[in-house]
Design a protein around this ligand. Structure first.
Ligand code: NAD
Length: 496
């Protein structure tokens, strides 16, 4: 089933509690990746628009900071309710602009809502600590205070979930917030901010600024922006981290990934096949936690290879709004041709193409950016492709003779977003947990996405910073510690 295209064309920004057009003359087209249909135009906001958003957030900050935490979370309870009520509508918008299936879209909305729920615990989570009598009659306490104006810059692949890794914690901690969503998927946040407009936040507490690199640079250079959260590709994450640091700002920057799963011969092969298949091909491989390389050990080589090839062959690819579709398109035509050229590169570098998803033709969706599930066997571990993020529905298979050899292969990877192991051995699982060089670990799990009350712990080139998104790390990131040491001499003149 398809839904009517939203009527809005030129998308506004939401600044100081009002929808307003950007001052720019530059607009980008936003297209439905399954149909190729134009669905909106997004402004490339200018320095003047960034200044307006920062000024609004800065003006709202003093009063919002003074608002008791208990009062600051009341709008978040309303937001949870509204997100629940609009989950189907928001899910359809996500599918229309991103391409993932409706059930995947609703799945990411559940994760967004979970972060709102966790941020409602700020009155507990934001507490500091104290100790009486650190010296005779001297007491010491640590209190947490918000930073001021903070901003987040988010990617195309989770139009709803990723902005909500940041927004609820930032404002519950007493900061005021600017979101710069991906210019490729601006419609989900347009609708989410219409909901945010209804929850009773004072003007300027949350602001939506559409745009691209120019807006990011202006946020990075604006003296009133205290902290930036970034999620996207590694080169941009590195750039944002360096420029934020040079400007004295706090930054947490999540980058790209190349995730490995090791399949031991004692794994439950049916379960492993289903879960790894979902991880590699779900969201058309455009998850930063998608398994991209499966390292089979010993006899798992043939059993897993045959099973996963069978499973991938039967996946139904199409428009994510159509009933029964299991995998949608990739985000743009450029992305499709990039993925196809990386498949060719793998083949040239020695891999065997077991299942070839290039030149996909989906009836009725000839203009869509489809790449079918692809499996490359025997990818040489020293090939360029072994270290390259593909971000499409391509699973490479590599063979190792032992867990040792498989772990050595993981060590080589520049990325460390996720590593998984499939086994029925507790001791192999413990060793893997102990030694695997990644920050999000799955044991018999294909997408090891931490729940909102745990940090999203990328390592190596998948993360630049110290404090991660979500949970307690988010509270640390969005607050500053202040330590107070107090001595009060006894006042003998007072009678009470
Ligand atoms: P991207 O890096 O192209 O864009 C991300 C954001 O940065 C967008 O808002 C974009 O407008 C902005 N941007 C792009 N180029 C910029 C530049 N030169 N200077 C300043 N800002 C710039 O990423 P994408 O294609 O939207 O998303 C896919 C990437 O994100 C993949 O590499 C994926 O692995 C990664 N990702 C990582 C995580 C994680 O948790 N580590 C989560 C999701 C996605």
């Amino acid at each position: 089933m398809t839904v009517a295209t939203p009527t809005l064309t030129k998308l506004p920004n939401y600044i100081n509690g009002r929808w307003q057009q950007a001052t720019t003359t530059e607009w980008l087209d936003v297209s439905n990746p399954a149909t190729g249909e134009l669905i909106a135009q997004v402004p490339i906001s200018t320095d003047a628009d960034v200044t307006a958003a920062v000024d609004a957030a800065a003006a709202a900050y003093p009063e919002w900071r003074r608002t008791p935490p208990e009062d600051r979370i009341q709008p978040l309870f309303k937001l949870k309710q509204l997100l629940e009520e609009h989950i189907d509508e928001l899910g359809r918008i996500i599918t229309q602009e991103n391409g993932k299936t409706l059930s995947e879209a609703k799945g990411e909305l559940r994760r967004a809502i979970e972060n709102v729920e966790v941020a409602c615990g700020i009155p507990m989570m934001m507490q500091g600590y104290n100790l009486e009598d650190v010296a005779r009659s001297i007491d010491e306490m640590m209190i947490r205070q918000p930073l001021g104006v903070v901003a987040a810059i988010t990617p195309f692949n989770f139009p709803a979930m990723i902005p909500f890794w940041f927004l609820p914690y930032a404002i519950a901690c007493g900061n005021t917030f600017i979101l710069k969503p991906s210019e490729r998927v601006p419609l989900t946040m347009r609708r989410a901010f219409e909901l945010l407009d209804q929850i009773g936040l004072p003007p300027g507490v949350v602001n939506l600024l559409n745009g691209g690199k120019a807006a990011v640079d202006a946020l990075l250079d604006h003296p009133k922006v205290r902290a930036l959260s970034f999620v996207g590709s590694t080169p941009v994450a590195k750039y944002v981290y360096a420029r934020a640091g040079a400007n004295g700002k706090r930054a947490q920057c999540q980058g790209g990934a190349k995730n490995h799963v090791i399949v031991l011969p004692d794994a439950d092969m049916a379960m492993a096949t289903q879960i790894i298949g979902d991880s590699a091909f779900g969201c058309a491989g455009q998850r930063c936690l998608a398994v991209s390389v499966a390292v089979t050990v010993g006899e798992a080589q043939t059993s897993f290879r045959d099973a996963i090839t069978n499973a991938a062959t039967s996946l139904r690819v199409g428009n994510g709004l159509d009933e029964g579709v299991q995998m949608g398109p990739v985000i743009t035509a450029q992305s499709k041709s990039r993925v196809e050229s990386l498949i060719a590169m793998g083949e040239k570098q020695g891999a065997k193409v077991l299942l070839d998803g290039r030149n996909s033709k989906i009836p009725n969706y000839e203009a869509g950016n489809f790449v079918n599930p692809t499996i490359l066997d025997d990818l040489p571990v020293t090939s360029d492709l072994a270290d390259t993020e593909i971000f499409g529905p391509v699973l490479s298979l590599v063979h190792a003779d032992s867990l040792d050899e498989a772990l050595t292969f993981l060590e080589r990877s520049p990325y460390g977003n996720q590593a998984s192991l499939f086994t029925s051995s507790g001791s192999a699982a413990r060793r893997f947990r102990y030694e695997a060089p990644a920050g999000n670990i799955g044991i018999n799990i294909g997408v090891a996405a931490p729940m909102a009350y745990f940090p999203f712990s990328g390592w190596k080139d998948s993360f630049f910073g110290v404090l991660h998104g979500q949970g307690r790390d988010a509270v640390e990131f969005y607050t500053e510690k202040k330590v107070v040491i107090e001595r009060w001499a006894k006042d003998h003149s007072r009678k009470f």
